[in-house]
Every structure is written in C-alpha cells, then in structure tokens.
Design a protein around this ligand. Structure first.
Ligand SMILES: Cc1ncc(COP(=O)(O)O)c(C=O)c1O
Length: 283
C-alpha cells in the first residue's frame, strides 16, 4: 500500500511502533521489539521501523515523516503488562493517521474478539482502524488460525499468488474461525466479558494485599501490578499454578489474568479465592 497507493519511494517505507510492543516472533517483528530477550540471536533485522512511547500522541505526530506508511500498535498492550493507554488515545491516533495518510494498524490478537468487553477493543472509542490483526480467540482454542482485516483498497494491492504459504487459507482453519466467531456473537461473549470483568475488578479491589500496587484492566483482561518490593510476579504465578490457576507474569511485576470468556461466575469466585490466598499469604 505504501508503495503502490501512497507513493513512497521504493525501499523507503517506514512503520512506527511502540515501546513495550509485542506483535509476535518473526524476525521482522522481533527486530523492533524493545525486549532484548526477544531479539537476542536473531539479527540482522529489517530496517524501516521506529519506536515511540506507548500512549503518547504527540510522539506519534513528531515521528511521522512523508515516508511513514503505518502506525502499528496494540489498543491495550498485553505482553507489555496489560497497559491501558490514556482515554482518547485511540480516537486521537485515528485522527492523526487520517490527517497524515498513515495506516492505523491495530493488533487485536490479544484484545480482540470480546476479551475487553467489546468485539474489538478499538470500539471502546468508536474507532475503525485501517487494518486489524486477529488470532488467538479466532481459533476457538482449537486450531492455528489468524487473520488480517482491511478494506479492499488496502489488501487489494495483493494479487492472487503474490503472497501465501503452504497452509495459508486453510479451509479447516477458516471453518473453525467462522464457527468461533458465531459462538462469540451468539453467546454474547463481549457483553459477558464486560459484566464479569467489572465483577472481577470490584472483587480484586477488596483484597487487602501488602504486595499489590494497583489493578488495571478492561473486561476479562486484567493486570495485577505488584509493588517493587513484592519480589516479582513470577513466584505469585507459580503459587497460583500449584492451586490450579494459570496466570502469566508480564514485565516482571504484573500478574496477567485472561480467563476464558465462557468462565462461570462460580469459577471466577473460585479463582478469586486462590488469588486472595496468594496475594495475602505469599511470604
Ligand atoms: C498483541 C499480540 N500480537 C501478536 C501476537 C503473536 O501471535 P502469534 O503467536 O499468533 O504469532 C501475540 C501473542 O501473544 C500478541 O499478544
């Protein structure tokens, strides 16, 4: 798109990304990661990527050049520690991208398909990105499948045969993705995530823990941010694991909770019991 439609000189396209991003593990993607561990041993990397602070619209404006073709970001940074941008960020990003003829690419692989209480997290600010990436929940947890959504003007720059892979366009994967989407809509999973997420957050706030700095989240996507002196999130996640609850630490001090959207309130109550025990007992 950058070359064919925007007219950027060949080999000069630039894409702006954010500090703390996580978009996957291919060589191009890890090349613009701010995590040394993801980059280590995989260079040399693809040029053309610039990184700016997450949640900072002024930095975005300042980073755009005539050769900028896209801004790639997560509506909430997942691996970065459930980092929620300031209110109005998505709408301002939309406005800046439109004004500068830069594609707004929302990576909704983690936030999309109901997790945050809306079908797409960008809907929280009624924003329509130019491109959206989906994965994870698109599979119904069953089969590897992911997708890129965009208008015909953008994805239409590919002609059949230009791009592909041995198992790309997999019919079984596509059928499973369609069925997963039906389940998400028919079973009102975004609404469910919004409702149970509010409940989860309210109950978490009641926990009187010496280790917790604060909680943040949207829908069934929650980060428990620990105080620096708590000794890192890993040991809490391990303690939760021995109690039968899987949660992953992100960025050392955040325990990330991302339960299945079909979780019952009873199971959530059970999970809250385990979380309460670990956040008040761990020595
Ligand atoms: C926001 C985001 N983008 C991309 C990915 C990578 O997806 P995949 O593992 O399908 O390459 C992840 C995985 O955690 C993610 O959270």
């Amino acid at each position: 798109w950058g070359y064919k439609v925007k007219g950027v000189p060949e080999g000069k396209a630039e894409i702006i990304t954010c500090d703390g991003n996580f978009h996957g593990r291919t060589t191009t993607i890890v090349g613009f990661s701010s995590e040394d561990q993801y980059r280590d041993g995989f260079g040399p990397f693809t040029p053309g990527f610039e990184r700016i602070p997450y949640g900072d619209v002024r930095a975005l404006e300042a980073a755009i050049t005539p050769n900028t073709v896209a801004f790639l970001f997560e509506p909430i940074q997942g691996e970065g520690g459930v980092v929620i941008p300031p209110d109005g960020y998505l709408a301002e990003v939309r406005e800046i991208c439109t004004r500068n003829n830069v594609l707004m690419i929302a990576d909704e692989i983690q936030t999309g398909l109901g997790r945050t209480g809306k079908l797409l997290a960008c809907e929280h600010e009624n924003v329509r990105p130019d491109m959206v990436t989906l994965g994870k929940a698109l599979s119904g947890g069953m089969y590897p499948v992911s997708a890129v959504l965009a208008s015909r003007e953008i994805l239409g720059v590919f002609n059949p045969g230009d791009h592909g892979s041995t198992f790309g366009g997999n019919p079984l994967g596509s059928a499973i993705a369609r069925e997963a989407l039906n389940v998400i809509v028919d079973e009102n999973l975004p609404e469910r995530a919004a409702e149970l997420g509010n409940y989860l957050m309210a109950r978490l706030q009641e926990i009187d823990s010496p280790y917790v700095d604060h909680y943040r989240g949207r829908g069934l996507f929650v980060g428990i941010v620990l105080k620096p002196e708590a000794g890192g999130a890993r040991r809490f996640c391990e303690a939760l694991q021995t109690r039968g609850l899987l949660a992953k630490e992100t960025h050392d001090v955040v325990i990330r909770l991302a339960p299945p959207l079909i979780i019952t309130r009873e199971d959530l109550d059970w999970a809250l019991e385990q979380i309460t025990a670990v956040l008040t007992d761990a020595a």
